[in-house]
Design a binder for this molecule. Sequence first.
Ligand SMILES: Cc1cc2nc3c(=O)[nH]c(=O)nc-3n(C[C@H](O)[C@H](O)[C@H](O)COP(=O)(O)OP(=O)(O)OC[C@H]3O[C@@H](n4cnc5c(N)ncnc54)[C@H](O)[C@@H]3O)c2cc1C
Length: 471
Amino acid sequence: MSTALVWLRRDLRLSDHAALAAACAAHERVLPVYVHSPQEEGTWAPGAASRWWLHRSLKALGQALGERGGQLYLAAGDSLGELRRLIAQTDARAVYWTRCYEPALIERDSQIKGELRKRGIVVESQPGNLLLEPWRFSGSQQRPYRVFTPFWRKLESQLTAPRPLPEPRPRQWARLAGSLTLDALGLEPRIPWAGGLAQAWRPGEAGAREGLRRFCARGLADYAAGRDRPADAGTSRLSPHLHFGEITARQIHHALHRRAARAGAGGKAGIQAYLRELGWREFAHHMLYHFPGTCERNFNRRFDAFPWARADEGALERWRRGRTGVPLVDAGMRELWSTGWMHNRVRMIAASFLTKNLRLHWLHGARWFWDTLVDADLANNTLGWQWVAGSGADAAPYFRVFNPLTQAARFDPEAIYLKRWLPELARVPAAALHEPWRDPGALSGCGYPAPMVDLKVSRQSALEAFDALRA
Ligand SMILES: Cc1cc2nc3c(=O)[nH]c(=O)nc-3n(C[C@H](O)[C@H](O)[C@H](O)COP(=O)(O)OP(=O)(O)OC[C@H]3O[C@@H](n4cnc5c(N)ncnc54)[C@H](O)[C@@H]3O)c2cc1C
């Protein structure tokens, strides 16, 4: 009886799983394996919130496999060494996996592929959680795209919506003694905010499927406008599920495509807008694949000479804890701290405040997001930060400095989001939060800090620094 290992990484699901399906089709016995090896992820090993999620996602997958008579074998350490040990113990002939696109993982995986093949093991990798492989897709003269709109136009024109693969049924799940316990992986960080995460999320494939169903029923029709209002549950919140591969972009695309056939004009607009966001996710992965250094350095190398302010730990800490005295920034940072997630519009504003009003290097922000976001994703986080800072591909121009007051007035006019996360401001009228100069006394006495910088003055000095760079 031939046995295959399926090495699981960012594909913690059973359905639409090409690697699992291929292993089940070609072998009698299949053993799903997870090897915890954060040291192999370079300088971007999973942060605390990611580890919190991973613990629960592995638990959910282990339970799902157990209900089917299978097992999720857990190991830790050097991936190649662990795979070789398991190959020897199970007499496996083949290893299957789903591709990852982060630079450190591409390098590791190709090395492991070479080593295993040298030993006569069949190695098969299947496309990862994207709509199209990044190397299959280029602009004129076979150069990678650097601008989103033409990238998306071309990608959209090439997309088909094939039916996702059903959950495979192996002839037999392999079982093996000696698996580590989940607790032994030491994933669960001792973080003060874990209670908030547990209330906000349901990691795992079933949670992802439920999230998509709920979003299609409640958020999708109004998504084009609703996605910008941070007080509403107007977005899908599928980002952590997508990151850990509990649901695939193909499954979402297929579900939306089917709905589009039945939808009216309004419904179609929501679907179009949503697919475009998935397009940004593709673009981010495309960029990281073709420009792997950009997770550490500016895509636009002119920014290497930008006069960032000296990292001031006190200022950074005020930003991290939501104590800047700028309500929309603080509300976002506290939402992040409490739930491991922040609304996209507020991410842009909090990032703009850090990189432009405080003029601190985008990597300080990217690192904090990396540790605290449950959806921390190297491609999306890098693109998001460099886009806001102005140093990225197809970035917001540097002179676009988000004004957190006008943004709040526009997208949270009743201050519902602000007051949800800043309870000390509950009694302050919305107008006084959006235009504090009209009623300077309204914020005094409620324990909320004064703004750490003047928004106008700091904006002006950021623009002057940029002008100096251009000159
Ligand atoms: C500074 C900054 C940092 C960010 N860091 C991350 C990160 O680490 N991980 C992450 O997944 N997203 C990141 N984003 C992008 C975006 O904020 C989140 O993907 C989105 O808020 C997730 O919520 P959602 O699933 O409800 O999104 P929805 O609005 O429901 O969008 C659907 C999906 O599309 C993708 N998507 C949406 N917007 C973007 C975008 N701007 N760029 C790339 N993909 C997008 C996500 O996978 C998302 O789940 C960042 C954005 C900024 C400005």
